[in-house]
Design a protein. Structure first.
Length: 395
């Protein structure tokens, strides 16, 4: 196992996550033994100028590559290291008022450190930990002896990490293919496959565009289709920085984008706002699911235990059913989104001008949204809300 840095993230670089500005002060290589084989992953120690810390994790193996960001939190309902040691996979617990289920338990060992390691971490340190999930909530509890720490986690695509560090998303930044366990694993010869992947993704993109948006199109020069209606975004009604309450939860608007939505026969712009709750979790407020600006929706990120790939999701058609850990619905819309403008910092939006494909599915109780591009795929569960109510909540 080589302990060389597998990514372009280097000590001294700066990045913005969740509205906070961090500097990379150290990198550690950790591993755990499973079935006699050791899996390794990299953890980047981040610090703000005021001393707050976060951990950016890059986990790579032959079949999967994933970025995650973890931040410390103080639980409303604390537990001791002894309590944590008694927990098993499948157990439920409540640390912040939300019920979560333990999905993985393991132990990690520090194999290499460069720069500044987190407090209490050095080569040879062994820690026990478990992951707990529920919908968009990802919590990790880690303990060594009587010392115990609690982390909130979020999955990030390679494109989002590249945007945060203001670098181009190239081979070595990582590409999401499936979800592994918490702070996790290995090696991948990405360079030799990068050209092949580029061609594959390019073919998929062209194929999807023709299938989704080319119905009724005629490429003959002797025929011209009816012009596509284009509707500009309505005036902006909410502001970055505003605080409010929706569904009895407190939020602050931490980002805003104007996104052009393309469907068959009509393109329209809409406002999308990133909402951050008191625990740092990200939500998405979509202002206009339809061209007339109606059907506002508040979405929360989902981290399915069994997540379909971008290719599997792209194969869905209108009328098909999509199921994400029990949240399901029938596909009603297939979309092409292009970011036109961005204000503030938002984890949920790619850089200006970039495109992503998506689908929306609804049922009697649920609204699901999936978005994907070559940088990764994200899933959301939504609740409808009247536009007037949302605007009034953030006044």
């Amino acid at each position: 196992m080589s302990f060389e840095n597998p990514t372009r993230v280097q000590i001294g670089m700066r990045a913005s996550f969740g509205g906070k500005h961090y500097r990379v002060v150290g990198r550690s290589v950790l591993g755990e033994n499973e079935g006699g084989e050791t899996y390794y992953w990299n953890e980047y120690n981040l610090e703000t100028d005021s001393g707050e810390s976060a951990t950016l994790v890059f986990d790579e193996s032959e079949r999967t590559s994933q970025w995650r960001l973890f931040t410390l939190f103080d639980p409303e309902y604390p537990m001791t290291a002894e309590d944590a040691a008694s927990k098993q996979v499948g157990d439920r617990l409540n640390l912040t008022g939300n019920d979560v289920r333990i999905s993985f338990r393991g132990s990690s060992c520090v194999y290499y450190v460069e720069g500044k390691a987190p407090e209490g971490e050095e080569v040879g340190t062994v820690a026990e930990y478990f992951n707990a999930l529920s919908g968009s909530i990802m919590e990790v509890v880690s303990w060594t002896g009587d010392e115990i720490e609690f982390y909130n986690g979020i999955n990030l695509s390679a494109g989002l990490v590249a945007s945060a560090f203001d670098i181009s998303p190239t081979t070595g930044l990582g590409e999401r293919r499936k979800i592994f366990s918490s702070f996790s694993s290995g090696d991948d010869d990405g360079n030799s496959l990068s050209a092949v992947k580029f061609l594959i993704y390019g073919f998929i993109a062209i194929f999807l565009f023709v299938i989704v948006f080319g119905r009724g199109c005629n490429f003959s020069s002797s025929y011209e289709n009816a012009p596509v209606a284009r509707l500009a975004a309505p005036s902006e009604q909410l502001r970055v920085g505003a605080a409010g309450t929706l569904f009895d939860k407190s939020y602050r608007i931490t980002g805003h984008t104007v996104v052009e939505i393309a469907t068959v026969g009509v393109n329209w712009e809409r406002h999308e706002y990133e909402l951050t709750d008191d625990y740092g979790r990200k939500h998405l407020l979509v202002c206009g699911e339809k061209p007339d600006g109606s059907n506002w929706t508040v979405y929360e990120l989902l981290s399915p235990l069994i997540a379909p790939t971008a290719t599997e999701t792209a194969a869905k058609k209108v009328g098909d059913t999509i199921d994400l850990d029990g949240y399901n619905g029938k596909v009603t819309d297939i979309l092409l989104s292009t970011v036109q403008r961005s204000d503030g910092f938002t984890l949920n939006a790619p850089p200006i001008g970039s495109m992503s494909y998506g689908l929306r599915a609804i049922s009697e109780y649920n609204c699901l949204l999936a978005r994907w591009n070559v940088g990764g795929i994200q899933f959301f569960r939504g609740r409808a809300i009247p536009g007037k109510t949302a605007v009034a909540s953030f006044k």
